[in-house]
Write a protein that binds this ligand. Sequence first.
Ligand SMILES: [Zn+2]
Length: 120
Amino acid sequence: MHEYSIVASLIDVCEKEAKKHRAKAIKRLSVRIGRLSGIEIHFLEQCFETFKEDTICRDAILEIEVCDVVLVCKACGTQSVVSENRFVCPKCQSAEVKMIGGQELHVKSIEIIEEEHERV
Ligand SMILES: [Zn+2]
């Protein structure tokens, strides 16, 4: 499944980040996912919960921000956010639009728990 490999690579990113900062755990992982990325959010969350058990993300919270589709009109240059699957420029009704957002998958931030904090 697509989502499994995404979770695997997200955890991989966290492991590297943790190593870099000598962190003992990941506290929070925030990602941005485009509405048209083809990723099933609920399934991704479910996969994360299953996968994280034996990893640095054991106690991590996965935060998902869903991004809307952003279009740029090739005819008039208007940039617009569309909430429906209607790929038409809202200003001039041209269908000559380019999608510049809505398919992405970005790691927004990773919050780590550092080693020192354990002694407090
Ligand atoms: Zn237009």
